[in-house]
Design a binder for this molecule. Structure first.
Ligand code: ZN
Length: 302
């Protein structure tokens, strides 16, 4: 009996610790706003960067971070405009870009994404539904309502918003969104500014597709274009160009190691491969060793 009580008290302690840590973490999240052009803003909080275009009558929104941050994100948008969000576009399926879908999905808002985003969000949310973590209503509100395979274009007064799919880059459902008149592009997680990229090989991503995605973006943008990366600070074409050179250099070094018969373990522990970039790009979520592992596995499977 005593043991039981102690155990219960211990579990209550752990549970309350968990709750207080979680709420402390949420309280710390502040949504900051960067104005990138006359009508386009970047919102940073926790998770992927959000793009906001304030149009003639409505707002076009790109990505929505985590479910628990939706109220803060709505407040940040309300500080810019009182126009409703007409479209919410998901650059890909990861939870730090689509987590708020259900909270933003009202009769006024249409969710748009690549076909494979809907498939993967559906599969992930089905698991949560089976585990009774979400309701049937929440499940259906999480899903993109309009999907496309290659590209889709939106028109708003003088602005043309071009969204286009890039194949097997960060995942198998990535799309970039380019605001032609405002000259701003949101690259989703096909670009991690100032840090090594995460490439989700299990969800159809690949290093070659990632590099090809950058080359496609470079063809579309100009020296003046503002780039919203999936993670990291707003960037320029020059910065994206030097990022692609880095990826190509790392790719050729890891290919050479593969040709020399180096194993995954050898490449993972071989610091010299990425020594030139580790101090500038190796301090993010993806550490140098993890980057070398992902690149090795991706190149090996091609
Ligand atoms: Zn992602």
């Amino acid at each position: 009996m005593t043991f039981y009580k102690t155990k219960v008290r211990f579990l209550i302690f752990i549970a309350s610790l968990g709750i207080s840590l979680l709420s402390a973490q949420d309280q710390e999240v502040v949504i900051s706003i960067d104005k990138l052009s006359s009508d386009v803003y970047m919102l940073t909080g926790q998770g992927g960067n959000i793009g906001i275009y304030v149009g003639q009558k409505n707002v076009f929104m790109i990505d929505d971070q985590f479910d628990r941050l939706s109220d803060k994100i709505k407040a940040a948008i309300a500080s810019l405009t009182n126009k409703p969000v007409a479209f919410l576009f998901n650059t890909h399926m990861h939870g730090d870009h689509t987590g708020g879908n259900a909270n933003f999905n009202t009769d006024l808002t249409t969710l748009v994404a690549h076909n494979n985003v809907r498939k993967r969000v559906m599969a992930n949310q089905q698991k949560r539904l089976d585990d009774k973590k979400i309701t049937e209503a929440y499940y259906s509100k999480m899903l993109p309502e309009v999907t496309f395979s290659e590209d889709i274009t939106f028109y708003d007064n003088h602005e043309t918003i071009m969204a286009f799919h890039v194949h097997n880059a960060h995942t198998d459902g990535d799309a970039m969104v380019y605001f032609v008149t405002n000259d701003v592009i949101h690259m989703g997680d096909t670009y991690f500014a100032g840090r090594y990229p995460y490439i989700d090989l299990k969800s159809g991503g690949s290093l070659q597709g990632y590099i090809d995605a950058h080359k496609k973006a470079l063809m579309v943008i100009s020296e003046e274009t503002k780039i919203i990366p999936g993670h990291g600070r707003p960037s320029t074409k020059k910065e994206l160009e030097s990022y692609v050179s880095m990826l190509e250099d790392l790719k050729s070094k890891i290919l050479a190691a593969i040709a020399a018969g180096e194993s995954l373990e050898e490449v993972k522990s071989n610091n010299s491969i990425s020594a030139a970039y580790d101090s500038t790009h190796g301090n993010g979520y993806i550490k140098p060793e993890v980057m070398r592992e992902i690149f090795y596995k991706s190149l090996k499977s091609e």
